[in-house]
Design a protein around this ligand. Structure first.
Ligand SMILES: CC(=O)SCCNC(=O)CCNC(=O)[C@H](O)C(C)(C)COP(=O)(O)OP(=O)(O)OC[C@H]1O[C@@H](n2cnc3c(N)ncnc32)[C@H](O)[C@@H]1OP(=O)(O)O
Ligand SMILES: CC(C)C(=O)C(=O)O
Ligand SMILES: [Mg+2]
Length: 524
């Protein structure tokens, strides 16, 4: 037994073995070496680096990892209860300072009868002989009764006891098919602790699969029952639905220290970088909603949550993003955002809009958010800039768009139909009166030209277009387009800017802003 304090949990990472068994996740030696280095930096205690008998490549990977990182973590190789497997695992981990051989043999009735075709006596005999064979060359031997959870309790106790007698210093209790519930997994670990006479000579380990989404919960229940090693993988990758996710277990123990009273040697700030590395090496990425390390784990999109977060992050976050390696909280702007978040982001971007400007920009933001999945900083800045570029106007812009409809195509004449709102002119007798709605339609060389013609006709100002520049503010199909126009109207050059996900609308807004300028001069 080790002299590890009783509250210290051994983190056994099997990303490179069980994780690699996940369809589409196999890794070559270079990739395994990169992940192994990251796991060492993360502070895991044991790295199960592969299954050396499976292929010369896997043998080589385990061997190189043992050689390079065997002084920073225990390097483990998996073996069936076959001499060839055990010898390959012994040889693969031999170059490391701390090597472990992990021997497994299924014990449940269904595996015994249908897969192995062995009796209980044969299973015990083979398990004992295999542990002994590994123990002759390696001090650190782990034994797993595969499908332990579905094994008859008496038989499980017998196998565990005999494996410990044969020299196993860690006994792993896999819920190979993710069948247990947390209470049931707790009970089986507790039962082993209470019933196996020599159990104090070994560390009990958990190995939970996620078929019912219970892997993390079962692992934590196992720890509460007295297990002190957890087998887990980065991002929870592994056979079928995967294994217990390392980041979830570690952060549950850290965040709920008050409840578990257990510690690990993990540098939690490395969790997110390690997760991204594994996501990239396996080509699986990191699911956006993945607990602890997904992009959404510290992102808030709804107005009420964003408002709460701005007032006190503890309202909606139980962990600090920095503690798992994120830069900070992300208040995602979109159609569920409220004024508090939009105003805070504008302030961060360096804008201090007055109430009237903010109200107009917020209305445009909501309109944009309805058309676009996410409103980025550049989008918001463009809305603000478009508003500010009209700031030279004496008052609120007199003319604004109520509705715009265009039709164009390879046949027919491009047409624009517009409804404009005319605000009562400032200082006029009916300055506080009702706005007037004007409607008109025009044709043109294209839909934008048709819009310009309709605008000129409604406002009653002739303009000559000198320059028209369109650019994308952000990337993606739903990116905001920004149009800048320069036109000659009312005896001088006027500039206008418009932004929208629709460049025809952006063009009309830009043209209208320039015409508003000419109109303001005309009014003056
Ligand atoms: C629950 C787990 O995660 S177990 C680990 C799963 N991981 C892997 O399988 C790693 C990749 N596997 C491989 O590369 C190959 O399957 C190998 C090299 C291990 C074996 O390949 P093969 O010799 O062609 O055997 P195959 O895979 O077809 O069948 C497995 C054999 O191992 C036997 N076996 C399964 N588990 C064990 C065990 N723990 N101890 C001894 N024998 C076992 C099976 O009964 C079967 O034997 P049989 O051929 O006599 O019927
Ligand atoms: C090899 C064993 C430990 C395993 O992966 C399982 O039973 O799930
Ligand atoms: Mg497994």
């Amino acid at each position: 037994m080790s002299d590890r304090p009783d509250d210290r949990v051994v983190i056994f990472d099997t990303t490179l073995r069980d994780g690699e068994q996940s369809p589409g996740c196999s890794m070559n030696t270079d990739e395994k070496l990169r992940v192994a280095e990251a796991l060492c930096d993360l502070g895991v205690d044991v790295i199960e680096a592969g299954f050396p008998i499976a292929s010369p490549g896997d043998f080589d990977a385990v061997s190189q990892i043992a050689e390079r990182f065997g002084d920073r973590a225990t390097i483990c190789g998996l073996a069936r209860c076959r001499d060839g497997d055990i010898d390959a695992a012994i040889n693969a981990v031999a170059k490391g300072e701390r090597g472990r051989v992990h021997v497994f043999l299924a014990t449940s009735a269904i595996h015994r009868e249908h897969k192995l075709r062995m009796s209980t006596e044969q299973i015990v005999e083979r398990a004992v002989a295999s542990v002994q064979r590994a123990k002759e060359k390696v001090d650190d031997v782990e034994f797993s009764p595969e499908d332990a959870y579905r094994t008859e309790r008496d038989f499980l106790c017998e196998v565990v006891e005999k494996a410990i007698d044969a020299g196993a210093t860690t006994v792993n209790i896999p819920d190979t098919v993710g069948y247990a519930t947390p209470q049931q997994y707790f009970d089986v670990i507790k039962m082993l602790k209470e019933s196996v006479p020599n159990i104090d000579r070994a560390i009990i380990s958990t190995h939970c699969h996620d078929d019912l989404g219970l892997a993390a919960a079962n692992t934590l229940a196992g720890l509460e029952a007295g297990a002190r090693q957890v087998e887990c993988t980065i991002n929870g990758i592994g056979e079928r639905a995967g294994n217990a996710a390392l980041e979830e277990i570690v952060m549950a123990l850290k965040t709920r220290q008050d409840h578990f009273g257990l510690t690990t040697g993990i540098n939690t700030r490395k969790l997110s970088p390690t997760s991204r590395l594994v996501g990239s090496v396996t080509g699986q990425g990191v699911p956006r909603n993945k607990a602890v390390v997904g992009r959404n784990a510290f992102a808030h999109a709804s107005g009420i949550h964003q408002d709460g977060m701005l007032k006190n992050p503890a309202t909606y976050e139980i962990m600090k993003p920095e503690d798992v390696g994120f830069i900070g909280t992300d208040l995602v702007l979109g159609k569920h955002s409220g004024r508090a978040a939009v105003k805070a982001r504008l302030t961060e971007l360096g804008y201090t809009p007055n109430d009237e400007t903010f109200t107009e920009v917020f209305d445009r933001f909501i309109d944009l958010a309805d058309r676009k999945k996410e409103v980025f900083d550049a989008d918001l800045a463009a809305l603000m800039e478009a508003k500010l570029s009209g700031a030279g106007l004496a008052n609120r812009e007199r003319w604004s768009i109520k509705s715009l409809h265009t039709s164009s195509g390879t046949t027919g004449v491009p047409t624009a139909t517009l409804e404009l709102i005319e605000a009562p002119a400032a200082g006029s007798p009916d300055g506080d009166g009702e706005p007037t709605i004007h409607r008109d339609a025009a044709i043109g060389d294209g839909p934008i030209d048709a819009c310009f013609n309709a605008l000129e006709r409604i406002i009653g100002i002739e303009a000559r277009l000198e320059d028209f520049v369109v650019k994308s503010v952000t990337r993606g199909k739903d990116a905001l387009g920004q149009v800048d126009v320069r036109l000659y109207a009312g005896g001088r050059d006027r500039h206008g800017r418009g932004v929208s996900t629709d460049i025809i609308e952006a063009g009309a807004r830009a043209f209208l802003q320039a015409l508003n300028r000419a109109d303001a001069d005309r009014q003056a």
